[in-house]
Write a protein that binds this ligand. Structure first.
Ligand SMILES: Nc1ncnc2c1ncn2[C@@H]1O[C@H](COP(=O)(O)OP(=O)(O)O)[C@@H](O)[C@H]1O
Ligand SMILES: [Mg+2]
Length: 265
């Protein structure tokens, strides 16, 4: 099983253009083990593309991604995963024809574990996350929120150093989202990984993240602690700018409070 000594996952000056669309414009951010970094921004801001770059699904046109001092440029997603960078997908993608147990085992085998090791690892992770009752169920029979949780459990197989979660609470009630926050906190505590949390539910982000990066139109427009983000006019403007399109992006930020923040140039 992989064990990386890396403490940081860095993206530096990452840019990526898709047939004329500049999805990322010189984005830099750093994940630290044991901490939850929030990434928020309106639809189309480039959040998922950033996760794709950080997990090796996309190679940036410019800039670089590294684990501590180890450059990851050009390595594929499987290599990123083996080096300890795991992710979930927006909307969740389990193998629907398999049981929950088999979904996790497949992840373990993908990491190079034997079938026997993968079986034990799957059981360990499901137990650690309090999901063992789901093990024999078919993935296609799972209620939506359980499918989301299993998607996270699958990413936790092999104790990744970094875990990238793309809107894990989408479609959940406040109560379910709050349970999910507890699960994420538990994962960070148990395996000490660094988490990137992309989430429309700003309340959830502000309640669990020590540092938050705000993107809009492919750029980092602000970053800071939860208080700084609450009080940022620029962040408010980015969210209000997409108001009226009927999406959750227009959801108001929780009440502002004073203090300092960095605003990217
Ligand atoms: N594979 C792709 N091909 C072309 N355009 C893409 C692709 N992936 C993302 N984009 C574009 O990049 C921008 C950022 O998208 P995305 O990263 O999905 O934003 P977010 O996750 O913040 O909603 C959008 O304009 C989107 O249409
Ligand atoms: Mg997205």
């Amino acid at each position: 099983m992989q064990h990386t000594p890396a403490h940081y996952l860095h993206a530096e000056g990452v840019s990526l253009t898709f047939s004329g669309v500049r999805a990322l414009k010189s984005v830099s951010l750093t994940l630290e083990r044991g901490k939850v970094l929030g990434l928020i921004g309106p639809n189309g801001a480039g959040k998922t593309t950033m996760v794709n770059v950080l997990s090796g699904f996309n190679t940036p046109d410019e800039g670089r991604v590294r684990l501590d001092e180890q450059p990851l440029h050009g390595l594929g997603a499987d290599a990123f995963r083996r080096l300890g960078v795991a992710r979930t997908f927006q909307g969740g993608r389990l193998f629907r024809g398999l049981t929950v147990q088999d979904n996790l085992e497949a992840a373990g085998v993908g990491l190079g574990l034997s079938r026997r090791q993968a079986e034990a690892e799957a059981r360990r992770v499901l137990h650690a996350l309090g999901l063992e009752h789901l093990a024999p169920l078919g993935a296609s029979a799972l209620p939506y929120t359980d499918e989301r949780r299993v998607g996270i459990a699958r990413a936790v197989v092999g104790n990744p150093a970094f875990l990238l979660l793309d809107e894990p609470a989408a479609g959940m009630s406040e109560h379910e989202a709050s349970d999910l926050r507890d699960t994420i906190a538990q994962i960070v505590q148990q395996i000490g990984c660094g988490v990137l949390l992309i989430e429309h539910n700003v309340r959830l982000v502000l309640s669990i993240c020590s540092h938050i990066v705000v993107m809009d139109a492919g750029e980092v427009i602000a970053q800071g602690d939860p208080q700084a983000i609450r009080s940022s006019e620029r962040v408010r403007h980015a969210y209000m700018g997409s108001a009226g399109d009927g999406t959750e992006d227009a959801a108001p930020l929780p009440a502002p409070a004073p203090p300092a923040m960095e605003i990217a140039a």
